[in-house]
Design a protein around this ligand. Structure first.
Ligand SMILES: *Cc1c(COP(=O)(O)O)cnc(C)c1O
Length: 379
């Protein structure tokens, strides 16, 4: 699904030199490179505060802790996402409220959010799934009207931009009150282990969170709040700082691969290519509205699982993200849910398939993959 070795070879010198420096200076934790990467990411995103932490799941949890959400507060998020999003809500004893998604861009459905709001609702967590932003303009409007926090789960869309209806642009993860991201190796900006970060433009919130990630300490050995230990280590920061200058180019390579896939599959009666709905219609080569963390097709009237097997038999990796709606997962069952309210997710889990997507895909690989997909779908 990803080719991290190919990508590493191109940045080996920078990464190796930087890691060697850490080994030689033994600055493994909170070394200067962590601060340097934080600053560089703040500049790249045009956001006031980046707070690095240990992984993307922690980032979400810490964001919710920082906002002071309390037991019983309802948090609305998408039924069709990675479990980490709902997991931290439950872990903090907040009440997850899952809602359906949009069939075109797979992101949280605006009308479903509106219907789910109650007097207990405190926050919305849009997940920018597969590399493109949720409808942030509508979400921020709803949030303002109902006095809710918006926490962007930006684990899959780092480097993409959201385009407002007036043409103004902002980077994903800088629009809500706070955002989280993950630097897991396979993400668009990935390190060589675990890593994550929180973004916010709110000075007070940033201060609160800098304490929370460090055992609730604002002054050494004075613990003012219950915190956690969540750090990005120096070696991971070195990898990320070496990759950050290439992030736009990495995302462009993904877009180019997506365009080639699109060309092979467009207008096929059984295949729906991913739709880019934010800012521009179709796939664009001149903007950054979709950074294709995943390239996800919808397959109709063909046995999707048999297609997965056919590709695997031909040594083509592929993924089904996600095979089970969260509202049907044992850990998150809730009698308040009505299965009829999740029509889109229930359908998507049967139809989606994600093809290999990374920065090193060449034409030969893409042609092989598309030919094997079409061979099966065309019977
Ligand atoms: C990867 C991911 C996370 C969790 O990130 P980790 O670094 O693996 O903890 C959270 N949300 C989404 C949508 C993700 O894709």
């Amino acid at each position: 699904m990803v080719d991290l070795q190919g990508q590493y070879k191109k940045i080996k010198n920078t990464v190796d030199t930087s890691i060697e420096e850490i080994l030689n200076t033994a600055t493994f934790v909170n070394g200067p490179i962590v601060h340097q990467f934080q600053k560089n990411l703040e500049d790249f995103l045009d956001v006031k505060h980046v707070i690095p932490c240990a992984n993307g799941t922690d980032a979400l949890q810490i964001a919710m802790m920082g906002l002071g959400l309390e037991q019983g507060d309802e948090v609305i998020t998408a039924d069709f996402t990675f479990a980490a999003t709902v997991e931290v809500i439950a872990l903090l004893k907040l009440t997850p409220v899952l809602v359906d998604v949009d069939p075109d861009n797979f992101n949280i459905d605006i009308d479903a959010i509106k219907k789910a709001i109650t007097p207990k609702t405190k926050a919305i967590v849009p997940v920018h799934l597969f590399g493109q932003c949720a409808n942030m303009e509508a979400i921020m409007e709803i949030a303002e009207e109902h006095n809710l926090y918006v926490i962007e789960d930006n684990a899959q869309a780092i480097g993409s931009s959201y385009k407002y209806s007036n043409g103004k642009k902002a980077k994903a993860g800088t629009i809500g009150h706070i955002a989280s991201t993950s630097f897991f190796p396979s993400k668009n900006l990935g390190c060589y282990g675990d890593g994550g970060a929180i973004f916010t433009n709110d000075d007070d919130l940033a201060h609160t969170i800098r304490g929370i990630v460090n055992h609730g300490m604002y002054k050494r050995y004075h613990h003012d709040v219950v915190g956690v230990n969540s750090r990005l280590d120096s070696i991971q920061a070195a990898v990320l700082d070496a990759k950050l200058p290439n992030l736009n180019a990495y995302n462009k390579s993904r877009q180019q691969a997506a365009q080639k896939y699109n060309l092979a599959f467009k207008n096929h009666p059984n295949i729906t290519i991913p739709k880019t709905v934010n800012g521009c219609e179709g796939v664009c080569d001149s903007c950054d509205c979709h950074v294709f963390h995943q390239y996800t097709l919808k397959i109709k009237n063909v046995d999707r699982d048999a297609l997965v097997k056919h590709l695997n038999d031909n040594e083509i990796p592929c993924g089904v993200y996600y095979p089970i709606p969260l509202h049907k997962q044992k850990a998150y069952l809730d009698e308040r849910y009505n299965d009829n309210d999740f029509k889109v997710t229930n359908q998507l889990v049967k139809e989606v398939i994600s093809l290999p997507m990374h920065t090193e895909l060449d034409d030969e690989q893409i042609n092989f993959i598309t030919s094997k997909v079409l061979e099966f779908v065309n019977g």
